[in-house]
Design a protein. Structure first.
Length: 267
């Protein structure tokens, strides 16, 4: 591992050579240079990106072997349990993060259920594709620090092309919104029939309502179903009052929903 800083001009020349060669899937100088800057920030020699990365569908992909090598260099241990065209499984552990081994397995049945097995790579190289999935999931589970923000080429090939809108199952939120609206109407009717509340029971005129408006909850749900990045950006853009309306408990639930939809989109 190199600790020497490579000047930008030298990295630009290397990036141009890599892009001109047509190797490694890096089609432009800018793609290669961007990965070189990331490598240097990770205290690696910029030239290592040519051996460790591919650019697939406009996305950087860290090769499964490179991901596994980084994991093992960081003290991670892998014990392969089964390695066939039908199933690949292994125990992953790390002396600090996960001393107790974690079993990770991928089967052709899982790939079929996820809609992956019909693709050419899965038909021609099922064992290698299963292995890549096991490596990626195992490393992310036990020691994610070595692969933050990147996927293996095998995973990226299963993604939709960059720029393609994500296809997701539409959910009819009309019933949910009507139920919420009905609850609020019932509450307002009960309050009116009971007469004006005592001053102690009435919220301050400048205070926030106890429950979030229907439109805000519906919007929050829509953004969560668009994935973690979209939900996080929306959450950071709304006001403190709106965040209070949504509530901490619902916010955590929606983050889990966003993570679920991201995993479903990557499968």
């Amino acid at each position: 591992m190199s600790t020497a800083i490579v000047p930008l001009g030298e990295m630009e020349r290397m990036a141009a050579a890599i892009a001109t060669s047509g190797l490694f899937g890096m089609k432009t100088k800018d793609q290669a240079l961007a990965l070189m800057i990331v490598a240097q920030a990770e205290n690696r020699h910029p030239g290592s990106v040519a051996a460790e990365y591919h650019i697939i569908q406009g996305r950087p992909a860290l090769k499964a072997d490179a991901m596994l090598a980084r994991f093992q260099q960081a003290g991670g241990v892998v014990e392969w349990m089964e390695y066939t065209d039908k199933k690949v499984s292994a125990h992953f552990s790390h002396p600090v993060n996960s001393p107790k081994p974690v079993l990770i397995e991928w089967t052709v049945e899982q790939a079929t259920k996820a809609g992956l097995a019909g693709k050419d790579n899965w038909k021609n190289y099922p064992r290698q594709m299963l292995r890549a999935r096991v490596v990626s999931e195992g490393v992310r589970t036990v020691y994610p620090a070595v692969c933050v923000g990147v996927y293996t080429p095998e995973e990226v090939q299963d993604f939709e092309p960059a720029g393609t809108p994500r296809k997701r199952k539409e959910k009819d939120i009309t019933a949910e919104a009507q139920a919420l609206s009905g609850q609020e109407s019932t509450a307002r009717g009960s309050s009116s029939s009971a007469g004006p509340a005592s001053p102690e029971a009435q919220p301050a005129a400048s205070g926030a309502p106890e429950s979030a408006p229907d439109a805000l909850i519906v919007r929050a749900r829509e953004m969560a179903e668009s994935g973690e990045s979209a939900y996080k950006g929306w959450w950071e853009s709304i006001s403190a009052a709106d965040r209070k309306h949504v509530g901490a408990k619902r916010h955590e639930e929606l983050k889990s929903v966003a993570a679920h939809f991201d995993r479903a989109g990557q499968a």
